[in-house]
Design a protein around this ligand. Structure first.
Ligand code: NA7
Length: 556
């Protein structure tokens, strides 16, 4: 049933909304749209819910967002039934949570698992979408919601000889379900982003040798993970409403107060005091010490110096200190990893690097040239491995949209329309692609903001737009070209005022050779984004045009 019209029994569509993807966003979209009266159908290529957490099941995988805010907030009943066991939820528990949530919310039965969308075509005459899947079916739907995730499409470097390696080759983002043993093996780990840093201790605890190939050193901050007690959960649940309201007022969408607006003007002792305190707190609380961290180079550089001093304290070997110390780009302009004591010996990444059977290889000066049948050849040496683990990240934000052919009202593909830069309004809609909605799409704040907060906000806004349109004249909703142009320009202008653009990162596609370098998330912060959504709604969705589909006209 559509948002406003009664079921006439002669629907030319199979469902009101198809939701693609069954991670946090897809599950909530299915639930929320259905609760509001739409018929829904979910499509998920995996055999279970979880989204990126289904595939990133490498040893040591964890979410860097704290547990109490890495769960849906919209349902007190659901929240009161769930407790993660540690400060940062481990991958297996997140998967369990999403399984539990999807059952609790009764949406599992709406999802076609093991089904991949091959194409989405907007039928201009009917004003509906045709969603074709790899089992040969085509579903006709009024609306499509793409809940594909922004870290879903693994990036595998195009290493020469990659198929010739005789040993076992894994990518952290496509980790097998079967247990992978590193026992008595010589393992090569490529990449020292969040995934590489998390998995390194787990490989090292068993492997005979571990070689870590690092191209760019990272600013790594302690996570300070620990188990959570029932009492902690009770206190969190009691204060949850305030925590969430607080989160909505900060740029990051996390409920963390900053100590000071800026480090500028403070004495060294004051900065040191604040950062020491934050270092002990760990995680993204360190990131939020000063409000202008990502807009003021002076503040940022003082934080960078502090982190470098911490790295220097961990090692005696000046060459290692030098190799591991990041220089030349601002802290947090690249997504900053957290350091976990992540194995049975309690080693974090740095402790792992200190082990006698672990070697750090700098592949910035001497890049990886090729994979050989025996292992890895860099520009100046060859290394033999039984196993190679690629922790090389994702074709982030836009990559997952290229896996399926998405054809708009004029038959142009989304991939071609986005060409050298994605075009969206508010990260959720694209001109000439009516009735197609994205959650956490390009130019939305999701990749640099509290995920669950963003997801709930965007899903609810999408439904409100549909409801408004249907009660005010139509069910074919298309964003105006000017709204999109404005949003692209606005996003780029805000990005220019930040330090984000001073680093090469997946935030702007720099990690994938040939991908256009464009800042992909909306960098204006959660409150500015949420206000924009509210203003658009309060204004009667002026940025959109709405008309009636032939099907709707017929049924009236
Ligand atoms: P990231 O953060 O994109 O890290 C990928 C790592 O792989 C990074 O260290 C890269 O070095 C390295 N890399 C990529 N290609 C190569 C080649 N060709 N040679 C050597 N090294 C390479 O991915 P993650 O999976 O760790 O984390 C992704 C997000 O998941 C993370 O940001 C969190 O949001 C959760 P580089 O730094 O580009 O020099």
């Amino acid at each position: 049933m559509s948002a406003s019209s009664p079921d006439t029994g002669s629907d030319p569509v199979d469902t009101d909304a198809v939701v693609v993807g069954a991670g946090f966003a897809g599950i909530y979209a299915l639930y929320h749209l259905r609760e509001q009266g739409l018929s829904v159908r979910g499509i998920e290529r995996a055999d279970d819910v979880g989204g990126t957490w289904y595939h990133n099941r490498y040893p040591g995988a964890r979410c860097d967002t704290e547990s109490h805010i890495y769960q849906y907030q919209f349902s007190d009943a659901l929240r009161s039934e769930w407790q993660y066991s540690e400060r940062y939820p481990e991958q297996g528990e997140i998967l369990e949570y999403l399984r539990f949530a999807s059952e609790f919310l009764g949406v599992r039965d709406e999802i076609d698992f093991r089904t991949e969308v091959e194409s989405l075509r907007f039928d201009r005459a009917a004003g509906t979408w045709a969603v074709s899947t790899d089992d040969g079916a085509t579903i006709r739907s009024r609306y499509v919601v793409l809940a594909l995730g922004f870290l879903s499409e693994p990036y595998v470097p195009d290493f020469e000889g990659i198929d010739e390696f005789d040993g076992e080759l894994y990518h952290t983002a496509k980790w097998p379900r079967e247990e992978v043993s590193f026992r008595e093996r010589s393992v090569g780990l490529v990449g020292t982003g969040s995934s590489g840093i998390q998995i390194a201790p787990r490989i090292a605890e068993d492997a005979e040798r571990l070689t870590v190939y690092q191209r760019t050193p990272n600013y790594i901050v302690p996570a300070n993970n620990h188990p959570l007690s029932d009492a902690t959960w009770e206190a969190w649940n009691d204060g949850f409403a305030e925590t969430w309201e607080k989160a909505k007022t900060t740029a990051s969408g996390f409920p963390y107060e900053s100590d000071r607006p800026s480090a500028e003007g403070l004495s060294d002792a004051e900065v040191e005091h604040i950062l020491e305190k934050r270092w002990r707190m760990g995680g993204f609380k360190f990131l939020t010490a000063f409000e202008d961290l990502l807009s003021n180079r002076a503040t940022n550089e003082r934080v960078c110096e502090f982190i470098r001093s911490k790295i220097a304290q961990r090692f005696d070997d000046p060459d290692l200190i030098d190799a591991l110390s990041p220089e030349g780009y601002p802290y947090a302009a690249k997504r900053p990893p957290l350091n976990y004591e992540n194995n049975r010996y309690g080693w974090d990444f740095y402790e792992t690097i200190k082990q006698p059977h672990v070697e750090l290889v700098d592949v910035d000066e001497a890049p990886i040239r090729r994979l050989t049948p025996e292992g890895i050849a860099t520009a100046d040496a060859e290394y033999a491995h039984d196993t190679i683990v690629l922790a090389t990240g994702f074709d982030a934000v836009t990559g997952s949209y290229n896996n399926m052919e998405i054809l708009g009202k004029d038959g142009e593909t989304l991939e071609s329309k986005w060409g050298s830069r994605p075009r969206t309004y508010l990260g959720m809609v694209v001109d000439e692609f009516p009735n197609m909605f994205m959650v956490s799409g390009p130019q939305s704040p999701s990749p640099i903001t509290n995920q669950v907060l963003c997801i709930e906000n965007q899903v609810e806004w999408i439904y409100d737009l549909i409801e408004h349109a249907e009660t005010n004249g139509g069910d074919v909703i298309e964003v105006e070209r000017e709204s999109v142009e404005h949003w692209i320009e606005h996003t780029a202008n805000v990005a220019k005022k930040t330090l984000y653009t001073d680093a090469e990162s997946w935030y702007q596609g720099d990690n994938v050779p040939g991908k256009p370098s464009v800042f992909l998330p909306y960098p204006g912060g959660y409150p500015a984004f949420a206000s924009k959504l509210e203003a658009e709604a309060a204004d009667g969705y002026q940025g959109f045009s709405v008309r009636e589909s032939p099907a709707r006209v017929e049924s009236e």
